[in-house]
Design a protein around this ligand. Structure first.
Ligand code: G6P
Length: 350
């Protein structure tokens, strides 16, 4: 095990650091797969993205990516809910299942049924060659993120985002732009891992590790970044962390904010920035401690984690500070970063 870990004390931090090179290799090698997937989507009459846990968050990001980049509507459902939407399915439907392991029962089971009873086409974004999903799909994209040992999904998540981004660009006839963006995101992630951001995140962890609740907000492309960051934090720290759409604050969440409640705000340089910063202001006015993840500092931030401005690839760079924060909080709280309690890497039985 130590040989595999190299200089890293845990798989979580090792796998976080593998992301730049995986992203670069996806940009160089997945163009053809992205084109094939885009063609399948174009030929379908109704595309669904499904997945569980982190894979669901990648799928939800995909819905937004295809809307903005390719003006293409994709339906999204978490795997365990997909079966309840089967009435819409026809043989022209395309279901794209996302799964690191390719064994998650809540994805596999409704897919088998949809294939058998409705005759749908199935495509897969999967990280394990020869897995159940890999074998059952009509077309499988092998992510090539390498074995993911930590129970928390990190590199398989950003790998899925990169493939989805390239596919959305391919669907719009701009694959090269998509590849370019993934390369920029790889540089952005590398910068984050290199430039002392770890110290910044550690200092933040020091400040918030004993809080009971952490809230996270994002809009548009960053909505799913907030959900995924919350999932990373709760999985490994057992702190109650919850992600929300920025616009939902006033519909309930704001009631939960107390003096010093950590609020993580995703504010990329896109059309959501002004509205999310004004939401952050409302949180701050109620005592929230505002942590901004953004290419640009803002007066409203009490703590700023700078990330590269990478346009539509912002969900990729947004993911990394949250992964690091989850890791640092886990070390600080003395939990096991690789094997959190009650969780399994892959849930294969109901
Ligand atoms: C489990 C893991 C999660 C993972 C989810 C889906 O719940 O603990 O980290 O995101 O399964 O796994 P999959 O292999 O389908 O991506």
């Amino acid at each position: 095990e130590q040989a595999e870990l190299g200089d890293y004390p845990h798989y979580l931090i090792k796998e976080i650091h593998e992301q730049p090179s995986i992203l670069r290799s996806i940009a160089m090698t997945q163009g053809e797969n992205a084109t094939t997937l885009a063609e399948m989507m174009r030929a379908s009459y109704g595309t669904f993205f499904i997945g569980c846990g982190t894979a669901a968050n990648a799928a939800l990001t995909g819905q937004y990516l295809f809307s903005r980049i390719a003006r293409f509507h994709v339906n999204f459902a978490v795997g365990s809910e997909f079966g309840y939407l089967e009435h819409f399915l026809t043989p022209q439907s395309l279901v794209i299942a996302l799964s690191q392991s390719g064994e998650t029962i809540d994805v596999i089971e409704p897919l088998i049924k949809a294939k058998k009873e409705k005759g749908v086409q199935v495509a897969a974004l999967v990280n394990v060659l020869g897995s159940t999903l890999y074998r059952m799909a009509d077309f499988s994209v092998l992510l090539g993120a390498g074995p993911e040992k930590c129970v928390l999904a990190t590199k398989s998540y950003t790998a899925k985002l990169a493939v989805l981004l390239m596919t959305a660009y391919a669907l719009d006839g701009r694959l090269d732009e998509g590849k370019e963006l993934v390369l920029r995101a790889a540089d952005g992630v590398e910068e984050l891992l290199r430039d002392g951001i770890r110290d910044k995140v550690e200092a933040l962890a020091e400040r918030i590790y004993d809080r009971e609740h952490i809230f996270l907000i994002g809009r548009g492309l960053s909505y799913s970044s907030a959900l995924e960051a919350a999932l990373k934090i709760k999985e490994v720290t057992y702190i109650h962390a919850e992600g929300f759409a920025g616009g939902e604050l006033k519909h309930g969440v704001i009631a939960l904010i107390e003096q010093g409640t950590p609020c993580i705000v995703f504010a990329p340089s896109d059309e959501t920035q002004a509205a999310i910063l004004s939401g952050a202001q409302e949180l701050k006015a109620r005592g929230g401690f505002i942590i901004g993840i953004s290419p640009k500092c803002s007066d409203v931030f009490d703590y700023w984690i700078p990330v590269a401005d990478v346009g539509d690839a912002s969900p990729i760079v947004n993911a990394v500070p949250a992964q690091l924060l989850a890791y640092c909080l886990s070390i600080k709280r003395g939990t096991d970063p690789d094997k959190p309690r009650n969780l399994a890497k892959s849930v294969t039985v109901k």
